[in-house]
Design a protein around this ligand. Structure first.
Ligand code: ATP
Length: 246
């Protein structure tokens, strides 16, 4: 028997209170141990779907009006963030949202509440090993770090919670190409060395496709194309419309 996917969205419709139908009949699944990328341009509905998955839709008067969202076998379509995080899904939000006045080390501590001192130490070592840059910046105030370093802290903080699924919202946004390379190399290590399950939301289609196992493309609230990443990379429509070759 094939194990059910860790995250599964079925026929979701999401409406905001101004009656905007932001997501229409979307189905998507993230199997355990895989990297799944959700791509699409501004306004396609990616963030809305991510809010549905992480329990924050209600903060913006959005509602899952049809369909379902399951995580680790549990129906979370109307659940709140605390419960979802408790089940093991952690979001690295767009714009990173660090505690800007706290040091790198303190931000990491915030990601791991309820852990013992020994556990905390082990997890911090794991993060420093993944992001050697942060070891050098450990006692610096996060607000003064570069954009790339802040993104590393945001990912590191999420890892402190030992997630079963890490959701990344546009990790390359606003970063220079070399920094994006380094962030993506680390995402690659997380999947290889930690067998981490990753749900990656990106506008940067070419980067995401290099690392993903499976890719969904969203437009106007719908999935317009999906498939294994290696097939998508050679698909002419994908190349023309999303990768900028033609
Ligand atoms: P971006 O990359 O810019 O974040 P996106 O693909 O994530 O784009 P969404 O932010 O999910 O797209 O937006 C999808 C649609 O829902 C858009 O038409 C947007 O105007 C609408 N929308 C998003 N947030 C809200 C909100 N809080 N209230 C009402 N409508 C919203």
């Amino acid at each position: 028997r094939i194990a059910p996917p860790l995250l599964e969205i079925r026929n979701a419709q999401i409406i905001y209170d101004n009656a905007v139908e932001a997501v229409r009949d979307v189905s998507l699944s993230v199997p355990e141990g895989s990297v799944v990328a959700l791509l699409g341009s501004n306004g396609a509905g990616k963030s809305t779907l991510l809010k549905a998955v992480t329990g924050t839709l209600h903060l913006e008067e959005g509602v899952l009006t049809k369909g379902s969202v399951h995580f680790a076998g549990e129906d979370i379509g109307h659940a709140r963030t605390e419960r979802i995080v408790g089940n093991g899904m952690v979001l690295v939000p767009e714009g990173r949202r660090l505690f800007a006045n706290l040091t790198v080390d303190e931000n990491l501590t915030m990601g791991a509440h309820l852990k013992s001192t020994a556990e905390m130490k082990r997890l911090k070592q794991m993060v420093m090993e993944l992001f050697p840059r942060l070891a050098e910046r450990r006692s610096q105030i996060s607000g003064y770090l570069s954009g790339g370093e802040q993104q590393m802290v945001a990912v590191g903080r999420a890892l402190m919670a030992e997630p079963r699924l890490l959701a990344l919202d546009e990790p390359s946004l606003g970063l220079a190409p070399l920094i994006i390379d380094s962030i993506y190399q680390t995402i690659g290590r997380m999947r290889r060395e930690m067998n981490m399950t990753i749900f990656l939301v990106e506008q940067n289609a070419s980067r995401a496709m290099e690392i993903a196992d499976y890719v969904y493309i969203m437009e106007n609230g719908r999935i317009v194309l999906d498939g294994p990443a290696e097939k998508m990379r050679t698909n002419l429509d994908v190349q023309e419309y999303y990768l900028g070759f033609s």
